[in-house]
Design a protein around this ligand. Structure first.
Ligand code: CA
Length: 221
């Protein structure tokens, strides 16, 4: 059973989350403010944290900073703040995902599952996402019967997106990790995403790379 810590001060939201999550087999621990939430994490590390941003004592971003100093527990921000800048800041501070209120229960459950999935990587570092298999030894991605030999940057892009499948990867992360700190112009990223998408689209049932406008990309397996 997965333990979900919910740091949320609004009782109606908290109750709605409990009603959604408990029947799905999650054990819910509620925390009505930041300090209670942080003590709960100290006492017993949950499998995932759902974090509101506007809390009565500290801001959710402060909570995130505290948590990240000590732990890499998955944190999903659930907030009414939907501005691009808020989403980017939270992701840069180490949030694994961001869901804006109001959200659909099904999406919430899917995001929790995606963020708590231990990506099982065999020794040769092969990564699987849906019917796609990425093989770093060969710089190849196999999707169903198709085998794509990818140029280096496209391969690295596929690797990062597949590693974090179901989660948002920001443009900044992709540019920093693949192009390095002196990336300058980000048009190249868009071109590579486009090429990768075109390859994936050739195969039925292949993972889909969706654009999270102004923020980044997400590979849906
Ligand atoms: Ca709140």
């Amino acid at each position: 059973m997965l333990n979900v810590l919910i740091i949320e001060d609004e009782p109606s939201y908290l109750e709605a989350l409990q009603i959604t999550l408990e029947p799905e087999g999650f054990a819910v621990t509620p925390a009505p403010d930041a300090r209670t939430g942080l003590s709960a994490i100290e006492a017993n590390l949950p499998d995932v944290v759902l974090l509101d941003l506007m809390l009565p004592d500290l801001s959710g971003l402060d909570v995130l900073r505290h948590v990240r100093r000590k732990s890499d527990v998955p944190v999903i921000v659930v907030s009414a703040k939907s501005a691009e800048a808020d989403i980017v800041t939270a992701l840069e501070l180490g949030a694994d995902d961001y869901l804006t209120k109001p959200y659909s229960s099904r999406e919430l459950v899917a995001r929790i599952r995606a963020n708590t999935r231990r990506v099982v990587e065999p020794e040769d570092d092969v990564i699987t996402a849906g019917n796609a298999v990425l093989d770093p030894g060969r710089y190849e991605v196999r999707i169903g019967e198709e085998v794509f030999s990818l140029p280096r940057k496209e391969f690295e892009l596929a690797e990062l997106l597949m590693e974090r499948q179901g989660r948002i990867v920001t443009r900044e992360t992709l540019l920093d990790r693949i192009w390095g700190i002196n990336w300058g112009d980000s048009k190249s990223l868009d071109q590579h995403i486009r090429r990768l998408r075109r390859r994936f689209e050739k195969v039925e049932g292949a993972p889909v790379i969706t654009t999270v406008r102004g923020v980044g990309y997400r590979l849906e397996p």
